[in-house]
Design a binder for this molecule. Structure first.
Ligand code: NAD
Length: 283
């Protein structure tokens, strides 16, 4: 068997086109503000891509760039202004932040109704208690890709590698809500290959280049690789050894061109959802 390669770029393009159509039908432009502190080059590229995609889909998007020595109190004051601004539907503070700023304090300062990253504890709690709320973009994008790949989720054995606040944990909640039987494996898991081999759906989000070898992948599994790791040769690699997994999996995402493009598309989806919910429009 050779796996179907799940084309995240194409899925993301379709999602963005659908969102652009819905935005065009609104009597206003949903407002997104991305706040960037310092000049981390990787974040710079990412933030520019977000801005470009948001503007192309008809959103009112702008990036607010602050110097690396910004004080936490000044960032919190900016967030308070954005929370109060009726034209702003979504606020995203790009992580990582410089060491003088506590990321938790910043995440908690964002109005949960405008928290388009879905990182606020209120939104994490809503997700865990199956209430409507804003869902973190990357795991939300993974769910779109699983559906595109034709995954039969109810009852499926799903294994999530990684338990971070932004990927692994919300991934667990989303798969559970879709009636999968979910295992979350992590750095303290005893038999990582054995856990992975049981997976019909394997989501890798560890940040370790090609940790998941081909013989960790069950025949016919759907493999979603969230990892983005830059090798010494400058190339991007996932958490899964792609060439080894290809003959065993039924479907697999490439890196790049898999999960990455979905994250930005889902950020726009969240901004539209936030705008509709906050302005009390029918969805
Ligand atoms: P993180 O460092 O916060 O968490 C990594 C998790 O992996 C931890 O829970 C840890 O327990 C687990 N882990 C680490 N080493 C392990 C090992 N050897 N065996 C088993 N488990 C191990 O990372 P994160 O923010 O969740 O990101 C994970 C990866 O996904 C990174 O490569 C990151 O760049 C990528 N990422 C991609 C997108 C995207 O848009 N595609 C978005 C977010 C993160």
């Amino acid at each position: 068997m050779t796996a179907t390669i799940i084309d995240g770029k194409a899925v993301a393009e379709r999602l963005r086109a659908g969102l652009a159509g819905r935005v065009a039908a609104l009597p206003f432009r949903p407002g997104l503000r991305v706040v960037r502190v310092g000049d981390d080059p990787a974040s710079g590229v990412y933030v520019r891509n977000k801005d470009r995609a948001a503007l192309a889909a008809g959103f009112d998007s702008a990036t607010i760039a602050l110097p690396a020595d910004t004080r936490e109190s000044d960032l919190l004051a900016l967030i308070a202004r954005l929370n109060a601004d009726p034209a702003v539907d979504g606020i995203l503070v790009q992580l990582p932040l410089p060491p003088q700023i506590r990321a938790d304090a910043v995440i908690e300062a964002v109005d949960p109704e405008k928290d388009v990253d879905g990182f606020h504890p209120v939104n994490a709690g809503r997700l865990a208690s199956r209430q409507p709320g804003l869902v973190p973009c990357t795991p939300k994008g993974v769910m779109h890709l699983l559906r595109e790949a034709g995954a039969r989720l109810p009852g499926a054995r799903a294994v999530v590698l990684g338990r971070s606040q932004i990927v692994g944990r919300p991934m667990l909640q989303l798969l559970l809500a879709a009636d999968c039987t979910v295992t979350v494996a992590h750095s303290r898991t005893r038999d990582l290959p054995g856990e992975c081999r049981r997976a019909e759906i394997l989501v890798a989000a560890v940040g370790q280049s090609e940790l998941v070898r081909g013989d960790w992948v069950a025949e016919g599994a759907i493999v979603i690789d969230v990892g983005i790791n830059r090798g010494p040769d400058g190339k991007l690699r996932g958490d899964v050894a792609f060439a080894e997994a290809l003959p065993r999996a039924a479907a697999i995402t490439p890196v790049p061109g898999g999960v990455g493009p979905m994250t930005i598309a889902c950020l726009l989806e969240n901004t539209l959802e936030a705008a509709i919910a906050r302005r009390r429009l029918p969805s």
